[in-house]
Design a protein around this ligand. Sequence first.
Ligand code: CAA
Length: 380
Amino acid sequence: MDFRLNDEQQMFRDTIRKFAQKEIAPIAAQTDSTHQFPLETLKKLADMGLMGLPIPEEYGGAGSDYVTFAILVEEIAKVCASTAVILSVHTGLGCMSTYMFGNEEQKERYLKPLCEGKMLGAFALTEPQAGSDAAALKCTAVRKGDKYILNGSKIFITNGGYADMYVTFVRTDPSTKNYNGVTCLIVDKDTPGLVIGKPEEKMGLNGSATVTLTFEDAEVPVENRLLEEGKGFNVAMGLLNGGRITIGAQGLGIAQGALDLTIPYVKGREQFGKPLSAQQGIQFMLADMATEIDASRLLIYRAAWLKSNGLEHAMEASMAKRFATDTAMRVTTDCVQLFGGYGYCKEYQIERYMRDAKITQIYEGANQIQRLVIAKQLLK
Ligand code: CAA
């Protein structure tokens, strides 16, 4: 057993760290305050071949392992959590959808341009009445010849409005109310009858677009279906098992980025005649943060390693996501506390980390749902 990253992974981490510090960190506060979708940064990531990192080279990806992909998301989240989620959803759910479940024709049509950054991917599962209870989704798709006619709506769709393809989950069998009647279709952005709503005003993650999609008799060709009718829930869960690893990595990056900002601050800030860092109570807080961040990293890399090696990883992905994102919330809240009044002011940036951390406990399965997934595996 070896707990170190290999030489290639270390070199990759160092390169991305430098890139993120130089190209993303300086604009992260502005991305947050202007709510600007970071198209320029995505172009740079595409130029570096980073939009389809874990996809084999024959399909336009970089052929990296999943640990390397987690490192990419972690390093970017350290400076800009918005950019990190855009990439996590695009690659982990968008690219992975056709790579894991698509036929060769679908791979040719979607996977290559997604990996090259010529297309952006999104994932449309959640509905107004079906969030944690995803299997209760109501969006319908009625087959008419070689097309499905879609009606209904999806909410909280990350990358919505900028994405070129939406991996969409619909009910093709109206006689079912559970996961058995769910089918997965790729909906192209210019599909007639697909209406894209206004971006949500959110607490954080302001650089990432989150929209409602409405289908009004939207026509989707049957050839855009992933797997057979009724197998859509398998697609959703299979993708989320991987997506949850990089959402964990996003939480990890947010926590590490916040701690990295806090250490120099507590060393420089003097109260009661000595630096804050010389106070034992504050040292205890820092030690707990560093320990939980390290534990998060180990859980994430383990889950990523399992996925890379084609091993079962649903429980480990949920453990990693649950722990790392709860850690992100705790650490960022404590970091704001250590900055005191300054921490509450935007100028110091630490409050952005706390706002961005909150959603990581909610999306890609609220952390209560991760516990259900873990318990189900434990008890089966
Ligand atoms: N991996 C593989 N299979 C899974 C699975 C997993 N993690 N979780 C459930 N399944 C399978 C089950 O084994 C079962 O299949 P079988 O009957 O063949 O065994 C089937 O799915 C149904 O499972 P349950 O009986 O447990 O179904 P349920 O309806 O009671 O619960 C759930 C399912 C786990 C709660 C599921 O609905 C869920 O994960 N909910 C959370 C939804 C979610 O994660 N949404 C994310 C939205 S995307 C997003 O957030 C992206 C973004 O913007 C960042």
